[in-house]
Design a protein around this ligand. Structure first.
Ligand code: PNS
Length: 161
């Protein structure tokens, strides 16, 4: 069994994330989408909401499971018997940070391999921060997140303004 973990904050999930999840689901037998539950970070959206969005967006993908984790990613991966970490790469600017994380994770747990999937070109500019910025200023989220999320993301972001 090729078991992979796709970790992230998913604050919120974007169509770029979903594209990586779908492609990972075709390549690996099982994919855990693991949302970091870190008390030191203050996310814009509660964990339960981020889990719900990911579950709804991936409900047709039988080998994808939505989960959360705290602590070290490699410990979570080992608990799940996963020896692959999936990361999406958008631009060269992602590289340095991802390189550092991949080498750190390998130093911590040499049995786990990090694999990078190149983003779909049409999402190369997309990030959770961009989605929040657009929602904050009333722009359209069409095509950036799944349709069912648009109103919920916009309402949640604007309610605290
Ligand atoms: O979507 P993000 O915020 O870029 O995801 C970052 C994430 C969750 C992959 C990263 O912060 C992480 O793995 N955190 C868990 C703590 C850990 O294992 N740190 C050591 C590797 S640098």
């Amino acid at each position: 069994m090729k078991i992979a973990v796709y970790p992230g904050s998913f604050d919120p999930m974007t169509n770029g994330h979903l594209d990586i999840i779908k492609r990972a689901a075709k390549t690996f037998d099982k994919v855990y989408v693991a949302i970091l539950n870190n008390s030191a970070k203050t996310p814009a959206f509660p964990l339960s909401q981020r889990i719900d969005w990911l579950k709804r967006a991936t409900k047709e993908l039988d080998n994808v499971e939505i989960d959360s984790f705290s602590g070290l990613l490699v410990n979570y991966a080992n608990e799940k018997n996963a020896n692959i970490i999936i990361k999406g790469l958008r631009a060269v600017s992602d590289f340095e940070y991802e390189f550092q994380m991949a080498l750190t994770n390998r130093a911590l747990s040499p049995n786990i391999e990090t694999m990078f999937l190149m983003t779909n070109g049409k999402y190369s500019y997309l990030s959770s921060s961009i989605v929040k910025e657009i929602a904050r200023f009333g722009g359209s989220l069409n095509g950036l997140v799944p349709d069912f999320m648009i109103e919920e993301v916009t309402n949640e972001i604007t309610k605290n303004q």
